[in-house]
Design a binder for this molecule. Sequence first.
Ligand SMILES: *Cc1c(COP(=O)(O)O)cnc(C)c1O
Length: 412
Amino acid sequence: MSRSPIWHPFTQHALSPPPLNIVRGEGAWLETREGARLLDMISSWWVITHGHRHPRIVQAIKDQADRLDQVIFAGCTHEPAEELARRLLARVGAPLAHVFYSDSGSTAVEVALKMALGYWRNRGETRTKILALEHSYHGDTVGTMSAGARGLFNAAYEPLLFDVIRIPFPQEGHENATLDAIRAHPDAAALLVEPLVLGAGGMLVYAPQVLADMRDVCRKSGALFIADEVMTGFGRTGSFLACEQAGIAPDILCLAKGITGGSLPLAATLCIPEIFDAHYSSDRSKTFFHSSSYTANPIACAAAVANLDVWDNEPVIERIGALTAWHREMLEPFRAEPRFARVRQCGTIAALDLRVSDEGYLAGVGPALMAQFIDRGFLIRPLGNTIYLMPPYGIGKDELAAAYDAISQVTA
Ligand SMILES: *Cc1c(COP(=O)(O)O)cnc(C)c1O
């Protein structure tokens, strides 16, 4: 408890212990200034994919820093951004055909929303409604908070938020309510969804078939389908993109967290040709008016290219497959444990809820659990009473087993 000169994110400084001072990272491990070692079971807030300091990515950052650090991206381009765009598009495939760079998941989603609204306006159609799923999270800027679920985290800013149409979460057995709610708005500009897993909303999972069905409803109405794969992209759910499991392609795709393997901030919003074309005009008023200072930072782009090299040259999918299988096996005993509920998994993400009397975030269950995990040497940061593991793909089976052992010993 201290009056920290640094104001940390999502931290109540009056109640939190001093932050861990981390001096080193390697693979799935972090090391504190005091020499304690912690297993990074949350991939440093969902960004580290292969492991900390992957050699290929570190080398690419060093090499690029020696050549070009930063350059304005309006009117200029550079090879790291060009190569990254080519390779991202080759990986995700048609119909996605254009890449817009920004620097965080929130900005990737803001760009997507602006692309969608710009598309309809430039076509001369008045479609402005945004549909978004209940419990969703899309970032912490005013625009992305508007699209995300409302509650404690944004109550103070409510007067600034714009309205979106809230679609019920596709709970198993109630998927039709979700699809009907989307169908009820055939004039929507876009539907924004987190494919397969709603992350910050509590690691809520739903079936690929529902994702395919939601996409289908949008295809019929013409509403743009925006996939926020900021968390699910780059292998998290078992495939490179979560959308692949539903056999679908979105009209707009948001990528961020894992794009550089977690080494540097970067984001990309990909779109279909029709959206680019709607902004392609001799009329300057149809320009896509968006930028941030560090758009397509060359060092970050080089790190992202190196990340794709890792995907192309190392058995990443096999590692993800192994981790997925270990989760399945190690989660099994918890299904019979009355202390836990809603045991669930999607690829490399495993989650379960600890039964507690007061499940509210404000009750401080999350921080109390986190402190117990840190004492045992694990960086695990529950969402309220939802404990989840989302480790880097290179984690070993014994390390994962130790984390499950720690979960079996926590007390509310
Ligand atoms: C984390 C996250 C974001 C926001 O990303 P930032 O880089 O933190 O701005 C957006 N959407 C989803 C699904 C996320 O998990």
